[in-house]
Unconditional design. Structure first.
Length: 507
């Protein structure tokens, strides 16, 4: 019996486990057996590899061929094991030497015609390979740029099976049949500017405070007043991701198949799922492999839920735990998958189903009952986590007359300075931003001057205990934006204004 092995990676969420693919030829009637908990897509690898080998003018072993993926206890899914399988088979048949296949990690899918197709998750897979001590990786030619983001790994790209055979012989690839196909082009990051928002200075200010302190934000107002326009400008106010964050965010985006040809994702991402989004699209899931959902795509960036009362209550409810823990766990029959999901939430809603309630000069056609039901769809626990409530009114000035707002660049600089102050003050705590500080911890910070303002509001029933926490968090951010070390009556009054809004709210 002749045997050989090659290596690939199984991904369970963001975690990669090295998988040894062993091929053994001989000892029975001609057939191919694949063992080691493969899923349907992986089981089909047998046929894809056989067709590709035949297409290259080589013969598939004419004896019993057993392909074993170990550790056998780990469920394996996907089509990216093809390169490792075909390498082990060719090495066991004596077509290529063993050495390179046995010391490299291989990820890539084979087409029936022998071309090597791109796969999802190259970045997290190779991070796991490097951490396991591998020094070389063989990947689809179009994903070399993504693979090279993993420092310390020698990357070889192959565009077809003929290329792979050359590489396994240790010969340079001269460019296979598919080498000249244009790479998938990544669209340039679209960065809308805050200067385009005209006639809404208060809303721009609320957005700046949200950016500075990492506060979740709720915008409501009539349709067309600029809620989405503001939300999509929030990522532009946030600082660049640091190296660890960029790697983590890029790994998630690699898992959903976003090309990383342009390098690591350095800017906070933006994710705006539609209100019809399924549970799987929102929090992650899927039939075969649990893919990251919109909340993980928004990790270290912004999650925007437009027309939030239209989202299903079940989907909104599923956001509560990630909002607290910064991650989401998806239970599967055989395993659990965990993805990071620490995002800044921006929600938007119309004032009522027709959108015209309270709009000067407009007529709301909704019944009081339907307005109440609409408002109640947004549950108290969701609103509790949102520090800033801002109501947008249509600008009184025509768009042409309203002065242009400040540029995102200018505002982002103030946000950066405010975040630096927070990082300094919160050093040694688990938090970096005011928006993350729990209520109990807030009350341990130096007591503000002018707290009587809040005491009065509590006594008169205008503010709940939870509302006091929100006001304090916001007041700290306002102090940070002002460059002050303490909060005073000025910031408290201003913070009270940022959470007053007119939407039915328990806090
Ligand atoms: Zn209405």
């Amino acid at each position: 019996m002749s045997t050989a092995s090659a290596w690939s990676v199984a991904l369970l969420g963001m975690e990669g486990t090295l998988i040894e693919v062993e091929a053994a030829i001989g000892g029975g009637l001609p057939r191919t057996v694949l063992v080691g908990l493969p899923d349907a897509a992986l089981y089909e690898a047998r046929d894809r590899c056989r067709a590709a080998v035949a297409g290259a003018g080589l013969s598939w072993p004419n004896q019993l061929l057993t392909i074993n993926l170990t550790p056998a206890s780990l469920p394996k899914a996907g089509s990216h094991y093809d390169l490792a399988i075909v390498s082990a088979v060719l090495a066991a048949s004596g077509v290529v030497p063993h050495a390179i296949a046995a010391s490299s990690v291989l990820v890539g899918e084979l087409g029936l015609d022998g071309r090597v197709r791109e796969v999802q998750g190259v970045l997290p897979a190779l991070l796991a390979a490097r951490d396991a001590g591998f020094e070389a990786a063989i990947v689809p030619a179009r994903q070399v740029a993504e693979a090279e983001l993993v420092a310390g790994l020698r990357v070889l790209g192959v565009s077809c099976l003929a290329d792979l055979i050359e590489v396994l012989h240790g010969r340079p690839v001269l460019g296979g049949a598919y080498a000249n196909e244009p790479p998938t082009v990544q669209p340039p990051d679209y960065a809308p500017d805050l200067a385009d928002v005209r006639g809404q200075p208060d809303a721009c200010w609320a957005l700046e405070v949200a950016a500075a302190g990492g506060h979740h934000l709720f915008l409501h107002g009539a349709p067309g007043v600029g809620k989405s326009m503001l939300a999509e400008r929030l990522p532009g106010l946030l600082p660049d991701l640091n190296n660890a964050e960029a790697l983590e965010v890029s790994a998630i985006h690699s898992l959903v198949g976003r090309p990383l040809n342009g390098g690591l994702i350095r800017r906070p991402p933006y994710s705006n799922p539609h209100h019809n989004a399924s549970m799987a699209a929102m929090v992650g899931g899927g039939a075969r492999v649990a893919r990251p959902g919109a909340i993980s795509i928004a990790h270290r960036g912004v999650l925007f839920l437009d027309e939030v009362p239209e989202f299903s209550a079940r989907v909104l409810d599923a956001l509560r735990t990630p909002l607290e823990t910064g991650k989401v766990t998806i239970a599967r029959s055989a395993s659990q998958v965990c993805y990071p999901a620490r995002f800044q939430l921006v929600m938007a809603a119309n004032p009522c189903p027709c959108g015209m309630l309270g709009v000067p000069g407009a007529n709301c056609t909704c019944t009081p009952m339907s307005v109440r039901r609409y408002n109640e769809r947004l549950s108290g626990p969701m609103l509790d986590r949102v520090d800033i409530h801002h109501r947008l009114l249509p600008s009184r000035l025509g768009l042409a007359d309203a002065p242009a707002g400040e540029s995102s660049k200018k505002v982002a600089e103030r946000v950066r300075l405010a975040r630096e102050r927070q990082a300094e003050r919160l050093m040694g705590t688990p938090w970096q931003l005011n928006g993350e500080i729990p209520g109990a911890e807030l009350r341990r910070l130096p007591r503000a001057r002018g707290m009587s303002l809040l005491d009065d509001a509590v006594r008169s029933g205008r503010l709940s205990a939870r509302g006091v926490d929100k006001v304090l968090r916001l007041a700290w951010t306002l102090a940070d934006l002002d460059g002050k070390d303490r909060i005073t009556r000025v910031q408290l009054a201003s913070a009270l204004g940022l959470r007053h809004d007119g939407w039915r709210c328990a806090a």
